[in-house]
Design a protein around this ligand. Structure first.
Ligand SMILES: NC(=O)c1ccc[n+]([C@@H]2O[C@H](COP(=O)([O-])OP(=O)(O)OC[C@H]3O[C@@H](n4cnc5c(N)ncnc54)[C@H](OP(=O)(O)O)[C@@H]3O)[C@@H](O)[C@H]2O)c1
Length: 257
């Protein structure tokens, strides 16, 4: 069977990078979005489908061998659980052989609500009976960029105190996902983390300098178990600092003016 690859979340930060790389492999590639106006992109078959409702999934998945699952509803993350059920049910009906899932470093060590949902998705996948591969990555610089752009509209930029992050380039995560999608189901694979660990305050100050914005950076103590988990470094993986592109390189290329 030809390895027809479906990318969910193909309009997102990560999905766009994944889609472009799958396209470059020359393998047949499909892309899923909730949008009804589909991009006209050479070499990609776009499908309208909604994982939260199941609409359109049977058509989109028919004949697919591998799914790279990058979709997630960050605004309504609770939708991700029904979405996972519908993804798996439709994948089974279509005879999909391999689902490559993207998750986040620390989902098993931090009770942050979005992380709990990601962990539940991992569990559903592992118990689905479908071949699976799960990769956990650290924070994408593009996510930090979008978050800092939003919070820097205020005069004071609030960041979590004594918290470290380890940005990993979303393009490098996409490279790894596409590599995994061309192999056999591998289960839980080693984490993918960026080349350096930075205090969140430093990331914010570097970003403000690059963006040419003068703001006060105010570290705020997050109470409770979630704050403790973040301060303990649960979201970093210093022993898996295999990413190459640094935060400084990202800022120079994408933010500095
Ligand atoms: N951002 C990070 O730092 C980071 C780090 C590690 C792992 N991750 C994981 O990487 C994945 C992608 O993150 P991202 O930052 O690229 O997200 P994103 O930019 O918000 O993109 C999410 C995508 O999901 C699609 N989507 C949402 N709900 C859907 C639904 N009900 N049915 C079908 N598609 C749906 C959206 O497509 P349409 O709007 O076109 O339908 C969108 O393209 C997520 O699983 C996230 O947890 C992220």
């Amino acid at each position: 069977m030809e390895n027809v690859i479906m990318v969910t979340g193909a309009t997102g930060v990560l999905g766009r990078e994944v889609l472009e790389r799958v396209r470059r492999t020359g393998l047949p590639v499909r892309a899923l979005t909730r949008r009804t106006e589909l991009p006209a992109e050479p070499g990609v078959a776009w499908f309208t489908g909604n994982l939260a409702t199941g609409d359109g999934l049977d058509e989109a998945f028919a004949g697919v061998r591998t799914i790279i699952h990058c979709a997630s509803d960050a605004r309504r993350p609770k939708n991700d659980i029904p979405a996972f059920h519908r993804l798996l049910d439709a994948a089974k009906r279509a005879g999909v052989e391999h689902i490559v899932n993207i998750s986040i470093v620390g989902v098993d060590r931090n009770p942050f609500p979005y992380y709990r949902i990601k962990l539940e998705g991992e569990r559903l996948l592992a118990e689905s009976g479908i071949g699976w591969t799960n990769l956990r990555a650290t924070q994408f610089p593009e996510l930090l960029n979008m978050a800092l752009k939003a919070v820097s509209k205020l005069p004071v930029v609030i960041v979590p105190a004594r918290t470290e992050l380890q940005p990993v380039d979303q393009g490098e995560v996409a490279d790894r996902l596409v590599e995994l999608a061309q192999g056999e189901p591998a289960g839980q694979v080693p984490d993918l983390a960026g080349p350096k660990v930075y205090p969140a305050t430093r990331l914010a100050k570097d970003w403000l300098r690059a963006a040419g914005r003068r703001r006060l950076v105010l570290p705020v103590f997050i109470p409770g178990r979630i704050g403790r988990a973040f301060r303990s470094g649960a979201q970093t993986a210093p022993d898996r600092a295999v990413g190459v592109r640094t935060w400084e390189q990202y800022l120079a290329a994408e933010v500095s003016r």
